[in-house]
Design a protein around this ligand. Structure first.
Ligand SMILES: [Zn+2]
Length: 262
């Protein structure tokens, strides 16, 4: 059994990264079994054990994994091993994106429908993660991560980005505020918003493709098509993922993890 979709080869083996799956952990009930989120009500000792299992699979010290607090913002922090973790559960307060050039730490992102993104410029030795729900995706979290990577020497034409398991247009019914935010985001990109399919469930709602918005933002920012990898997994209707929507808010979290290899 594999706990991780490992992307090391795609990351040119200078960076190690992957997305965790739902199986292979010790949590029970709605958190069964590889829940790695402390904030969702699971038994903390199970989460500790699950994080240890994942860290071991990636060959890293679990204490060196840094997560952001994740508040659906567009805030990005540049992290070193000395960065103060004043958010809940040792996280970086108020951050939805993290960037580092420090090979001693790994960056993590927790999701259960929102889009997890891993970023790497192996040449510059710079990596990043982003948590992109509709609010983050439409308010520039991705462009903020890229901008901070560039500050550390990253180059758009070299940066690779992996889009992890997330809710997709098959399952993501959204209403007017979300559609309006997406329109603003596409206006800012200078692109036409895709004509999302109308929902057959409620009037006035559409089936939105959140990973597609992320993809379009990446292309607008100068990330080349061949450097974007989409796992194409829907958390809601495909097996093997936690899904906040499908499970009515009673759900564990999967992780995206990335680190520089020394
Ligand atoms: Zn689906």
């Amino acid at each position: 059994m594999t706990r991780l979709i490992l992307l090391d080869q795609w990351l040119l083996n200078k960076v190690s990264g992957g997305f965790s799956r739902r199986d292979g952990g010790v949590s029970q009930g709605v958190y069964r079994s590889l829940n790695v989120g402390f904030h969702v009500g699971d038994d903390a000792s199970h989460v500790v054990e699950n994080r240890l299992l994942l860290a071991r699979d990636m060959g890293i010290d679990v204490n060196n994994i840094v997560f952001g607090e994740q508040i659906h913002s567009n805030q990005v922090e540049i992290v070193t091993k000395d960065t103060v973790r004043s958010g809940p559960f040792d996280s970086i307060a108020k951050a939805d994106g993290l960037v580092t050039s420090d090979p001693s730490i790994a960056l993590g992102v927790l999701t259960a429908d929102c889009v997890p993104l891993l970023f790497a410029d192996a040449g510059a030795g710079v990596i990043g993660v982003a948590h992109a729900g509709w609010r983050g995706a439409t308010s520039g979290i991705i462009s903020e991560v890229i901008a901070n990577m560039v500050l550390l020497g990253g180059l758009q034409e070299r940066i690779r980005v992996a889009i992890g398991p997330a809710i997709r247009s098959c399952c993501y019914e959204v209403d007017t505020p979300v559609i309006r935010a997406a329109r603003v985001a596409y206006d800012r990109m200078g692109r036409h918003m895709p004509s999302w399919q109308k929902s057959t469930i409620h009037t006035g709602t559409v089936m939105m493709d959140l990973p597609r918005i992320c993809h379009d933002e990446l292309r607008t920012l100068g990330i080349v098509e061949e450097h974007i990898l989409d796992t194409a997994i829907c958390t809601s209707c495909m097996p093997g993922s936690f899904s906040h929507r499908r499970d009515f808010g009673q759900s564990g979290r999967q992780a995206g993890l990335i680190r520089l290899r020394g």
